[in-house]
Design a protein around this ligand. Structure first.
Ligand code: NI
Length: 228
């Protein structure tokens, strides 16, 4: 559904300073690209991401590329900083994961057995721009999390079992989402990325130091050097 001009104008006024451009008609036909994912210890992952000031076609193209990158990885959540852009946006799609599964974060591959191979994978992408978690449940839950920026490492993380998140969607509309189960965990994991926080910050210092050391060694071996 397209929005008419008047609605867009109202939206812009209501949410100033954010401004919104309506999508161009050819928007959905633009080719998508897979973006390179950065790994720890790249210092960009520790940066605080900056708010989006304008929802326009350039941003929508970037969001679509992020989504494609997330599906390709494959992952169920991806923050912009993970592709080297410290902006307050992330994509999520938990459609193929049932809520009672034990793993979360953005790094879990979707198992073959979860899918009927004859069918198109079910997709339910959510684009969250300038998200704000406005409430958390007192109840807590534990998921085994993974992260596309820390490949092949998983650990149990305890977080609030449910949360409510306010955000601006891909069309520039304000949304509010009450999430529980896997979705609540993924949202909190991705939201952490916007503040330079990684899921390994929620585990013991001993385990965290071990995984960071391992990835620092891998980075050195591959000739990458990180300052800071
Ligand atoms: Ni992650």
């Amino acid at each position: 559904m397209r929005k008419n001009r008047r609605q867009w104008t109202n939206l812009t006024q209501r949410r100033s300073p954010n401004s919104v451009d309506p999508p161009r008609p050819n928007n959905y036909f633009t080719a998508m690209s897979i973006l390179p994912i950065v790994h720890i210890p790249d210092p960009v992952l520790r940066r605080k991401s900056q708010p989006i000031e304008r929802v326009d076609d350039d941003l929508r193209k970037f969001l679509d590329d992020m989504l494609e990158t997330m599906y390709d990885a494959p992952g169920i959540g991806l923050a912009a900083v993970q592709v080297g852009e410290p902006l307050r946006i992330f994509t999520v799609d938990c459609a193929q994961r049932s809520e009672d599964e034990e793993e979360a974060g953005d790094g879990q591959p979707i198992r073959e057995s979860d899918q009927d191979s004859d069918r198109e994978p079910e997709r339910n992408p959510i684009f969250l721009i300038n998200p704000e978690i406005v409430s958390f449940s007192d109840e807590r839950s534990v998921y085994e999390e993974g992260c596309l920026s820390i490949p092949d490492y998983y650990a149990d993380v305890e977080r609030p079992a449910a949360c409510t998140v306010k955000y601006i969607d891909r069309d520039g509309e304000q949304q509010i989402l009450e999430a529980d189960g896997l979705l609540a965990t993924v949202i909190q994991h991705e939201y952490d990325h916007l503040n330079g926080v990684l899921f390994v910050d929620h585990i013991s210092k001993l385990k965290r130091d071990m995984v960071i050391r391992k990835f620092t060694k891998i980075a050195k071996q591959s000739g990458k050097s990180f300052i800071g």
